[in-house]
Design a protein. Structure first.
Length: 206
């Protein structure tokens, strides 16, 4: 997942800062008028949106999922809030409550972040046949030839903590898996081979 310093670097990109601050103004005014949150921490909240979406795949967030979300959010916060009230954790409660109303706008900012962070137009696009088996070896090679920042985005969005993306022993529920595919499409990743291959590394349960 991204570090606090990588988040800070992305927020310095004018296109990302502009999109994120406009969304922050709208979200705070509408949902949390008394929320005090800086630009870094609000963008960290935006970065949490895919993870929140997957946690909500079954309609609600369990206690275990809430603890995992809070742990991840604290790692993205500016300066660390281990013994204090974390603004990203606090703001995330508003996002969870109104996820259906705001997720598309948050994903729009994330798509802007992806496209502004590297030469996204140069990424190969293709649609893999869902019936074609992807070998672990071909997946590993695809990870290595893909821009590092894109791998970081995928890992931060869809993996817990600092799990290595080159892994083929993951399990996921059917609802969560379908939600991951849906979010990938919303972020413009659905036709990116490395994301399609990444999704095939999961063993779907149920």
């Amino acid at each position: 997942m991204f570090t606090e310093y990588e988040i800070a670097t992305m927020v310095e990109i004018p296109e990302i800062l502009e999109a994120s601050t406009a969304l922050k103004k709208d979200f705070v005014r509408t949902e949390a008028p008394y929320l005090e949150i800086n630009d870094h921490d609000f963008f960290s909240l935006v970065m949490m949106t895919p993870t929140v979406g997957i946690a909500l795949a079954n309609g609600s967030v369990s206690l275990f999922e809430e603890l995992a979300l809070n742990k991840k959010a604290r790692k993205l916060s500016k300066g660390g809030y281990f013994m204090k009230k974390d603004p990203v954790v606090y703001a995330m409660k508003f996002l969870i409550k109104k996820y259906d109303d705001w997720s598309d706008k948050f994903f729009g900012v994330l798509q802007q972040a992806i496209e502004s962070s590297f030469h996204y137009e140069g990424i190969e696009k293709a649609t893999l046949d869902s019936n074609v088996e992807v070998t672990y070896e071909s997946y590993k090679r695809e990870v290595l030839r893909t821009p590092y920042i894109l791998i970081r985005f995928i890992a931060s969005f869809f993996l817990d903590n600092d799990e290595d993306i080159i892994n083929n022993q993951r399990h996921i529920g059917k609802s969560e898996y379908n939600q991951m595919l849906k979010i990938g499409d919303k972020l413009g990743l659905g036709n990116v081979p490395v994301f399609q291959m990444f999704c095939k590394t999961f063993k779907v349960k149920g």
